[in-house]
Design a protein around this ligand. Structure first.
Ligand SMILES: [Zn+2]
Length: 331
């Protein structure tokens, strides 16, 4: 039996909130896809309030923060998974990050084992793999190996998809189905390579429940397939001592405006998080302003960069440990 995970509230509830702020809906890496309105997010004993809706903790599939971003994924009345990334914008980025981390820890402690309890009853925790179709490496596939999963959540093995060497860095695998439907995975890579063309997705959609990947390296494809089939990526602890940071930049031309992200930078704990972002800020100064929407996106990108970029270290940690995650959610 499926019951409602989301309750529409007439009032904002009677519990004292652990956290109550307006957050900015964003892509998983913190970039905005358009000029969006802030959303009231409130956490209390009763659950997670997103504007007027209350999500019972039992129906929360994912609830964590990384850097200044709160990521939530919950089941709706119709049994659909909805996922949102929301950014805590403050002048002091470290404060925004600490504030969210505290709020998440307090909420988890308060909700205890209610968190996700209804989800576990209804859904298998293990993503089931269907047909890893090896051997199909000729013709239209140009020597690539195809792997299909019947899951929106994916874990990547801690190996480089380009050279199969041990991973110590992360790279972004970006997926998109139009300007407002974008997602990404952080994929472990070695120090020398970016994901680039080594992993491709066919026809990704935000609400897809089946994913079709193709890989340039057949060994990597085998590891990937095995990892997701057995829910064991061979994941391990992330190399410590560095933080992984992403910066934003903007391109605009009259009717067109796009907020884009840099590659992932690995930055030592004592090094500046602002300096590596300067080149992206300069680029935005030159290319960002040439549309009305671009002005807003540029201001946002510059503010993010000068606050030290978006810290995706906790997301990277999950990638190394092999926690299966989705690229983004259902609108
Ligand atoms: Zn490599």
């Amino acid at each position: 039996m499926r019951t409602a995970g989301v309750v529409v509230m007439s009032k904002s509830g009677n519990h004292k909130p652990f956290f109550s702020r307006r957050l900015v809906p964003c892509a998983p890496d913190g970039t905005l896809s358009e000029f969006t309105l802030r959303r009231k997010v409130r956490l209390d004993r009763g659950g997670l309030h997103l504007g007027k809706i209350l999500v019972d903790p039992a129906y929360l599939e994912e609830f964590f923060s990384y850097g200044p971003i709160l990521k939530v994924r919950y089941l709706t009345v119709s049994g659909q998974s909805v996922e949102e990334s929301l950014r805590n914008t403050r002048f002091r980025s470290r404060r925004a990050e600490a504030e969210l981390a505290d709020a998440v820890a307090t909420a988890k402690a308060s909700w205890g084992n209610r968190l996700g309890s209804a989800v576990l009853e209804q859904q298998p925790a293990v993503p089931s793999t269907i047909y890893p179709s090896f051997g199909e490496t000729t013709g239209a596939l140009n020597g690539r190996v195809r792997v299909q999963l019947s899951s929106a959540k994916v874990a990547f093995p801690p190996l480089c998809p380009v050279c199969c060497g041990t991973a110590s860095h992360v790279s972004i695998l970006q997926v998109s189905a139009g300007p407002s439907e974008r997602g990404m995975w952080l994929v472990p890579v070695c120090e020398r390579h970016e994901v680039a063309d080594s992993i491709r997705l066919e026809k990704w959609r935000a609400n897809a429940t089946e994913l079709a990947f193709s890989f340039s390296q057949s060994d990597y494809a085998r590891h990937f397939s095995w990892a997701n089939e057995n829910n064991d990526s061979g994941g391990r602890e992330m190399p410590s001592g560095r933080r992984f940071i992403v910066y934003s930049y903007v391109f605009s031309a009259v009717y067109f405006s796009a907020s884009l992200r840099s590659r992932v930078f690995a930055i030592g704990e004592v090094d500046s998080r602002v300096v590596p972002g300067i080149r992206y800020s300069l680029l935005t100064f030159i290319t960002g302003w040439w549309a009305v929407a671009g002005i807003f996106l540029s201001i946002d990108a510059l503010a993010q960069n000068f606050r030290g970029g978006t810290d995706v270290t906790d997301l990277a940690r999950r990638a190394f440990e092999g926690v299966p995650v989705s690229a983004y959610g259902v609108k």
